[in-house]
Design a protein around this ligand. Structure first.
Ligand code: CDP
Ligand code: CDP
Length: 233
């Protein structure tokens, strides 16, 4: 075997991918990659540059030249710090404006081609827990463990509302959050290229009513059952 195992975690917005994957990486001693942060950083740069989000040639040029860096936090509770072209955008990429434009940019062929290439390069030696929308289906279709995390739209909207409250930005209603999540999932799962989809060999975990620790422990147990024993055999 010429590479270490890969854990691929996919699912819709707010299913718990980032929080859970970060903890799994910590528990299993794997690198962690948040691919959504890459699409968000690029979207931030497009908006910042005043480029029309439909201007695919200009965005193709931008993605081929920009440099995205993800720097792990001090501990697994802390999010990854995100930089693009020497500017720190960790908080800015979570803004509503980025969130509502990211799906349109992530659907563009040149964008996916470049960012997927960077993700594959980052994970070429394996030993990585990587989360997004198309990891198990396209980025690492040979990943040793594929998880598809879901939760009801209502539950995901409640989680996002709590996130916003914790950040002191609590003025968006649950209905509006549900609508935004629903709309983003619709765009992500109906696009032509690498849509959000459960890989046939992914294990689906519905996280409604589960704590982060419970989801983490299930995935870690699956890893020990299916991956670490297979690697030893
Ligand atoms: O964290 P949240 O679920 O809100 O979204 P994210 O993981 O940060 O991803 C933001 C957006 O990037 C998604 O809505 C997709 O449009 C896009 N994305 C993608 O197309 N492919 C990926 N592998 C990851 C994200
Ligand atoms: O990355 P993704 O959009 O899938 O979700 P996230 O940003 O990791 O999680 C969204 C919010 O839900 C975070 O505040 C998590 O702490 C919370 N969460 C939860 O309350 N229960 C879970 N089982 C998973 C996540």
């Amino acid at each position: 075997q010429d590479r270490q195992p890969i854990v691929a975690i996919d699912g819709p917005a707010g299913a718990g991918k980032s929080t859970v994957t970060r903890q799994i990486a910590q528990a299993l001693g794997l690198l962690y990659l948040d691919t959504g942060a890459m699409y968000r950083a690029l979207t931030w740069l497009v908006l910042q540059s005043g480029i029309d989000i439909q201007d695919e040639p200009a965005i193709a040029e931008l993605v081929s030249k920009c440099e995205i860096q993800l720097v792990p936090g001090e501990n697994p509770q802390e999010p990854v710090r995100v930089w693009i072209d020497q500017q720190e955008v960790t908080e800015a990429i979570r803004d509503l404006e980025v969130t509502s434009n990211v799906s349109a940019i992530a659907a563009q062929p040149a964008v996916r081609k470049e960012l997927v290439k960077q993700q594959q390069r980052y994970g070429r030696k394996g030993g990585i827990a990587i989360e997004g929308r198309d990891i198990g289906t396209h980025v690492f279709p040979d990943a040793e463990l594929k998880i598809f995390l879901t939760a009801s739209v209502q539950e995901r909207a409640r989680r996002r509302q709590q996130d916003l409250k914790n950040q002191g930005k609590g003025d968006i209603s649950l209905d509006e959050l549900e609508r935004l999540i629903y709309e983003r999932d619709r765009k992500d799962s109906t696009r032509t290229l690498a849509p959000l989809q459960k890989a046939v060999d992914a294990i689906e975990i519905n996280t409604d009513g589960l704590t982060i620790a419970e989801v983490r422990d299930r995935i870690v147990a699956l890893y020990h059952e299916r991956v670490s024993t297979a690697a030893k055999a």
